[in-house]
Design a protein around this ligand. Structure first.
Ligand SMILES: C[S@@+](CC[C@H](N)C(=O)[O-])C[C@H]1O[C@@H](n2cnc3c(N)ncnc32)[C@H](O)[C@@H]1O
Length: 236
């Protein structure tokens, strides 16, 4: 059985298909809109420019791909890849309203087996994706493979903070704000997965080691929000 056909991956895909209708509203509500700022930071840090070919892995409903589209313009090209087709359907609808003129290709595909040739992209983003894949080293290997030499990538995600009091706050926030809010939208089970996924996710320093082991020339992790959030910036 391949990684991607594993029951774990199938369950993750099913969760993201189910939450697609409420995903954007919940994100805004749960982060008080802050995730939009962190996404802008990620796009800024990869230095996407006019004419670039940009990739957004685990694009979901397309936030980062749409930001990339504004940077690369009509002469550039953006590819948004995700394995949840319900998320991609929403991304397509949002593009028609927000960015109808920039070419964005929405692809159903696997972050662990990217359907691209080597050295294809000028830059890449991944928002809240790395924590969700079933094989982080393989995902970083695939990202490395498809980037051009010198290209940058930024990977934004939730983290478990290292400070005890921030851990306590995060636990309280997940249990008392995130899960009940999701429950109101009929998605309690689906959002309960966040806590264990954050618990398993390697901390920033470990992510830097993993990325370096896959060949990246530069890897820097920037903690945000007292370590509850973080962006891993990579250069091939
Ligand atoms: C939390 S959502 C993030 C969506 C979007 N990037 C954002 O920042 O709002 C994570 C996404 O990763 C996708 N995903 C998880 N594992 C994947 C894999 N192996 N291949 C492709 N997509 C995957 C899910 O379908 C989901 O849409």
């Amino acid at each position: 059985m391949t990684e991607t056909a594993s029951p774990a991956a199938a369950e993750i895909r099913a969760i993201f298909d189910r939450i697609a209708p409420v995903y954007d509203r919940l994100n805004d509500r749960l982060s008080f809109g802050q995730h939009r700022i962190w996404k802008l930071m990620a796009v800024k840090w990869i230095e996407a420019k006019l004419g670039d070919s940009a990739l957004d892995i685990c694009c979901g409903s397309g936030d980062l791909a749409l930001l990339l589209a504004k940077k690369v313009g009509n002469m550039g090209k953006v590819t948004g890849l995700d394995f949840a087709c319900e998320q991609l359907a929403i991304a397509k609808q949002r593009q028609m309203v927000k960015c109808p003129t920039v070419p964005i290709e929405w692809l159903e595909g696997d972050a662990l087996n990217l359907p691209f040739t080597d050295n294809k992209f000028d830059c890449a983003t991944m928002g809240y994706g790395l924590r969700n894949v079933t094989n982080i080293p393989l995902c970083l290997k695939e990202l490395y493979r498809v980037l051009k030499p010198g290209a940058k990538a930024a990977l934004l995600d939730f983290h478990r903070p290292s400070q005890g009091y921030m851990q306590t706050f995060q636990q309280w926030y997940l249990n008392n704000i995130v899960v009940p809010t999701a429950e109101n939208m009929g998605m309690k089970e689906e959002y309960a997965y966040i806590n264990p996924s954050v618990e398993r996710f390697p901390p920033g320093k470990e992510q830097v080691k993993l990325a370096t082991a896959e060949g990246f020339n530069q890897a820097t992790h920037y903690p945000l929000m007292g370590g509850m959030m973080g962006i891993l910036v990579l250069k091939k």
